[in-house]
Design a protein around this ligand. Structure first.
Ligand code: ZN
Length: 267
């Protein structure tokens, strides 16, 4: 049920102003505004003219990132992880493991006969994939810490890796330096993510201006709405995103909110 159509109209309007590209970090199909934007799958910055050597690395895995191809995708990730020796390729592998972990976890099927055993297997698989994803986020951080000089791209990578690991304190350190450097694309997006993830009361103030620029802003907006107890609006945004946009991070959050709403007896 869509409670407030205005939000859906907003997403459509933003989508129409964006162009399809293949992310040069993770190789996924996504939408960005102009020549620079944020990938809806890996949340890294895409620069259109940049070479796409890294995206080629993930060519075989990207089509396997589905709810039904978890074993094949895991195998493919394992074999290419030996070649992932840059901070951004390690980070992308972390993101992919985390997507698969969400799929495995929410594939729990309580209606199946013998569901107990199958669900236990899915839970352990999900935990295993989560720990693998953390391992690669930490590997990205280690590789960045070895760099003599960190540009904005690596500072941002350090920021977003720490966000994925739930290490807000460390994320804030990178954010402070990004804010000193003032490169717009990194600053605006990182400030929005930090405001929402740290549950700042004024988070909406950081999200609103981003809604016309990045589709990911709608995912963060749904988090703000959920924090304000507007669960139905948050769910309608996430449902629309899941059906129309390649943004796997929104999947587990949608299911989480739906189960909160169901538990509260609202539907
Ligand atoms: Zn990407």
């Amino acid at each position: 049920m869509i409670k407030d159509l205005r939000y859906i109209q907003l997403i459509k309007k933003t989508s129409e102003s964006l162009f399809p590209v293949v992310c040069n970090n993770c190789g996924s199909k996504t939408l960005i505004q102009g020549n620079v934007g944020i990938c809806t799958v890996c949340e890294l910055v895409i620069i259109k003219e940049e070479n796409d050597l890294q995206s080629k690395l993930f060519e075989t895995v990207v089509p396997l990132l589905t709810k039904t191809s978890i074993p094949e995708a895991t195998k493919a990730l394992e074999s290419l992880s030996k070649n992932a020796n840059t901070p951004s390729s390690s980070y992308v592998i972390g993101v992919f493991y985390s997507i698969l972990s969400d799929y495995a976890y929410f594939n729990l099927n309580y209606n199946d006969k013998g569901f107990m055993e199958e669900n236990a297997t899915n839970k352990y698989l999900s935990l295993d994939l989560t720990s693998k994803s953390k391992e690669f986020f930490f590997r990205a951080l280690k590789l960045i810490s070895n760099l003599e000089q960190k540009g904005d791209d690596n500072l941002y990578l350090e920021f977003i890796s720490n966000i994925k690991l739930g290490r807000l304190f460390y994320a804030l350190n990178s954010l402070k330096t990004l804010n000193t450097n003032k490169t717009e694309i990194y600053c605006n997006y990182a400030n929005m993510v930090y405001a929402v993830e740290s549950r700042r009361k004024d988070a909406e103030h950081f999200v609103r201006p981003m809604l016309s620029k990045s589709l990911n802003a709608f995912y963060y907006f749904s988090k703000v709405l959920a924090q304000k107890k507007q669960l139905e609006d948050a769910i309608s945004i996430l449902t629309f995103i899941n059906q129309n946009i390649n943004m796997p991070i929104s999947y587990s959050y949608l299911i989480k909110l739906e189960s909160i709403l169901a538990a509260a007896g609202f539907n």
